[in-house]
Design a protein around this ligand. Structure first.
Ligand SMILES: Nc1ncnc2c1ncn2[C@@H]1O[C@H](COP(=O)(O)OP(=O)(O)OP(=O)(O)O)[C@@H](O)[C@H]1O
Ligand SMILES: [Mg+2]
Length: 260
């Protein structure tokens, strides 16, 4: 039985999609069967892993999968062990669909749609958008685990608290099996004192929930969004080393939680 892990945070541009797609990529290359679900109308997860235009995926997205309650025809093979259900901007109409046409619980549609895929993958990653609306609520309702991505920026700490509240709301009302796996620090500027101060504040508040690995701000990581992940050169291996540590921490946490 696979693990469904969502990556979210109400604040934009903090590194959610980069983290989600890099973790999915590394795990799939290590031999795990991985499915990515793009659940953000921006479609950045789709763009980052397929390197294709979103127009290529019109009518072949998670939104159509949800409307037909059948995800299988919408699975796009990225490469061996790595599949993706794409998203495009039409996913912005999800709320309208949920409240005017769908007759089930508005937060449960994604869970209903992807439930039958759980046995077919080791990991299913859901990339959430930068708001706590219907996509995030559906994403959390469908998840076994969720991770918040945090950038040490002035407004991001408040965003973390809000994300935690949203996780609790879903745990209490919809999905009691959901576990908050932790907080990943991303895009930390190693020379800015303010970043260090905000990081320490998060560390004091979250203690062990904060992953030990910190992803620093690196121009090369930004380039991966455009050119795809590169692993061939020594420089790339150094750039990706923190993500490898993150994968190890993630696996440890998942295994510990799974046996509880
Ligand atoms: N560690 C990093 N160092 C430098 N740039 C990064 C890093 N991580 C992500 N970026 C860049 O920052 C931008 C935002 O990253 P990303 O799209 O992953 O954030 P996001 O939280 O998913 O954004 P959104 O809220 O819009 O979905 C992208 O251009 C990405 O390439
Ligand atoms: Mg994103």
């Amino acid at each position: 039985m696979g693990h469904i892990i969502s990556v979210g945070m109400g604040k934009g541009g903090v590194g959610k999609t980069t983290t989600c797609s890099t973790l999915a990529d590394i795990l799939s290359e290590a031999g795990h069967k991985v499915l990515g679900i793009d659940f953000d109308p921006q479609g950045n997860f789709t763009q980052m892993v397929t390197r294709q235009s979103l127009f290529d995926f019109e009518d072949r997205t998670i939104f159509e999968a949800m409307k037909s309650r059948d995800p299988r025809p919408y699975i796009h093979r990225v490469r061996e062990n790595f599949d993706l259900i794409p998203a495009d901007d039409y996913l912005a109409y999800l709320s309208k669909y949920l409240y005017t046409e769908y007759d089930g619980h508005p937060y449960r549609l994604l869970a209903e749609t992807i439930g039958l895929l759980k046995d077919e993958y080791d990991f299913i990653f859901i990339d959430l958008p930068p708001n706590l609306g219907d996509q995030t609520l559906n994403g959390l309702a469908a998840s076994d685990f969720t991770i918040a991505v945090f950038q040490p920026e002035p407004f991001c700490f408040d965003g973390l608290l809000r994300y935690e509240e949203t996780v609790e709301l879903i745990q209490e009302n919809i999905n009691p099996n959901l576990k908050f796996l932790g907080v990943i620090t991303s895009m930390m500027d190693s020379v800015a004192a303010i970043d260090e101060a905000i990081y320490q504040k998060a560390k004091n508040h979250y203690n062990d929930l904060l992953f030990d690995t910190v992803i620093k701000r690196r121009a090369r990581i930004k380039e991966y969004s455009l050119i795809g992940l590169k692993k061939e050169t020594a420089k790339d291996r150094i750039t990706l080393a923190p993500y490898i540590s993150l994968v190890k921490e993630l696996m440890d946490r998942v295994q510990k939680e799974a046996v509880r």
